[in-house]
Design a protein around this ligand. Structure first.
Ligand code: GLU
Length: 542
């Protein structure tokens, strides 16, 4: 009996051949440097910063080469899958404006893009491996395997199903047939040809040249329920999706010798590998992996609630991804990260450090460069979800709000006070009468109410909304002379005893009376927007 007979016995229903699959999923028509990369998550819950970054990397490499970025769902471990897990991942990638060419919803010529729908492909390749003598059925029970492991532990031998421990390796056709006829459960195992005492050398795009012992374990290719574990599934998928670079977590690196043996056994040309180090976080003196459980900033929702723009997060990812990005961006502040040429050799070999303060700083810079109308639109969307009272004001006073947001914006050195959308109200609330209640005035040097009223009265008699900035300032100086304050700081410093105070004290009184705040953006602009009536009204509140 031949291997081919064994293959037919094990997979009588598989009618396609590996050649058929090659024809169904032909090599892509790629130019020299076009790359096909994929993100292959398990649908176990909402994305977090770790896997958002892990998907940013292949997305960038695929799209910067004008290639293809694929989303493939690895759902073979159904114990961990959650009901709407696939949709959550698709939504997050969309929210972050990732360019995904093929995914479970869009489809594509190389689908299906969900592993549990690809069983026929796995079984076709499995049957092929049996037919060439590189795979065999194993009927060992859980009990047999536990006993074997215990024995290995006892004599301090390497754990695993290999060499003399691989009991089912040499079953005859008739023995297999008997088992099958009895309905015994079986798994399919690789017939490994590796030698643990020999080394395999391979190149990783991030980590460089790596040397590891060859695989000699007869690993499981197909479980008794017909589903393949990760390793065999990814080889079939990455080959027949014609992936050129496999990017994935660093934890897979020790399995590469086994994976390479599989690629080889199937007769597939292996792709390039790039093992990505996880995002780390500094905690005291130690560095640890960022954790979904321990770190609130690991959740995507954290940024969404705060209103940190996704583009700022991606800029931050770009700085984590390539050490030379930040310098380039400083030189090219108006360009998109998509204009930068990312390379694997500039990726951290020790794990990028996630630094929330830095991300917030990038966000500040990013928002400062937006047009007032852009800030307005995003603020409106954010508040619709998180602050309906504010949303209503923004809608009611649309143009007024855009003008407020435009103070010290769209200029060479724009204001940089907003680091996220949830913060904006904190900076501009006083511009809305509806919010101008429960006031706590931040008076500075002048706190006497009578003196404050005197200053406000003197000022309002002079104020003219049509004054240009110089005239506006001159009127403050006039108040100074009228009430015994120095309008010139130099003179004040020479003889402070001659004055009640100086022009800064006067402008502070105006500012605080109008806004309650001691620090605000340009007061001249604020007053122009408030208008005479509101100014008088607020002065009269004191
Ligand atoms: N499903 C695997 C994981 O979530 C993906 C590994 C890979 O990208 O190949 O870890």
């Amino acid at each position: 009996m031949t291997n081919k007979d064994l293959a037919d016995l094990l997979y009588p229903d598989v009618t396609k051949t590996i050649e058929d699959l090659e024809k169904m999923f032909p090599p892509r028509n790629l130019q020299d440097n076009q790359e096909v990369c994929r993100f292959a998550p398990s649908p176990t819950g909402r994305m977090h910063m770790g896997n958002l970054y892990a998907s940013f990397v292949p997305e960038v490499f695929a799209n910067q080469s004008n290639g293809v970025f694929i989303l493939r769902i690895e759902d073979t471990d159904n114990k961990r899958a959650i009901a709407n897990g696939i949709q959550l991942i698709i939504d997050d990638l969309e929210n972050y404006h990732y360019i995904v060419k093929e995914d479970p919803i869009k489809g594509g010529l190389y689908g299906p893009y969900i592993q549990t729908e690809r069983k026929e492909i796995y079984h076709t390749v499995a049957k092929y491996l049996v037919s060439i003598g590189r795979a065999y059925p194993c009927f060992c029970s859980e009990e047999d395997l536990t006993k074997m492991r215990e024995q290995q532990e006892q004599i301090k031998d390497r754990i695993g199903y290999y060499g003399k421990y691989a009991k089912c390796r040499n079953l005859s056709y008739d023995e297999v047939k008997k088992h099958i006829e009895k309905g015994d459960k079986w798994v399919l195992r690789l017939k490994s040809e590796g030698d643990f005492n020999k080394k395999i050398i391979f190149k990783d795009l991030v980590k460089g040249t790596i040397q590891l012992p060859e695989n000699d374990i007869d690993q499981v290719l197909i479980k008794s329920d017909g589903i393949p574990p990760y390793a065999f599934a990814h080889v079939c998928d990455d080959h027949f999706m014609r992936v050129t670079i496999v990017t994935r977590d660093d934890s897979y690196i020790s399995s590469v010798p086994y994976h390479l043996e599989l690629w080889n056994a199937c007769g597939f040309k292996e792709p390039k590998f790039a093992h990505l180090l996880p995002l780390n976080k500094k905690e005291g003196n130690t560095v640890r992996k960022i954790s979904k459980r321990k770190d609130p900033e690991a959740a995507v929702s954290f940024y969404h609630e705060k209103g940190i723009p996704v583009e700022a997060i991606k800029l931050y990812f770009a700085t984590l991804m390539n050490s030379n990005f930040e310098g380039w961006f400083l030189q090219n502040p108006d360009k998109s990260y998509r204009d930068f040429k990312f390379t694997f050799d500039k990726m951290s070999k020790s794990g990028p450090l996630f630094d929330l303060d830095k991300l917030i700083n990038i966000s500040k810079n990013y928002i400062s460069k937006l047009k007032a109308t852009e800030v307005y639109e995003t603020l409106l969307n954010w508040s619709y979800e998180f602050d309906l009272e504010f949303y209503n004001l923004l809608t009611k006073y649309k143009n007024y709000t855009i003008n407020i947001l435009n103070i010290e914006r769209e200029q060479k050195k724009p204001r940089k006070d907003f680091s996220c959308y949830s913060e904006i109200k904190k900076y501009i609330w006083y511009m809305y009468d509806e919010l101008f209640t429960n006031l706590e005035y931040e008076w500075q040097n002048i706190t006497d109410q009578d003196e404050i009223r005197k200053i406000l009265k003197s000022y309002i008699l002079k104020y003219d909304i049509n004054d240009d900035k110089d005239n506006w300032f001159n009127k403050m100086k006039e108040v100074c002379s009228e009430l015994g304050y120095a309008s010139d700081m130099k003179q004040y410093k020479e003889n402070p005893g001659n004055y009640k105070g100086n022009i800064a004290d006067i402008s502070n009184v105006l500012r605080v009376a109008l806004t309650t705040k001691a620090m605000t953006p340009d007061l001249y602009e604020i007053m122009k927007l408030l208008g005479r009536d509101k100014i008088e009204e607020r002065f009269n509140m004191i």
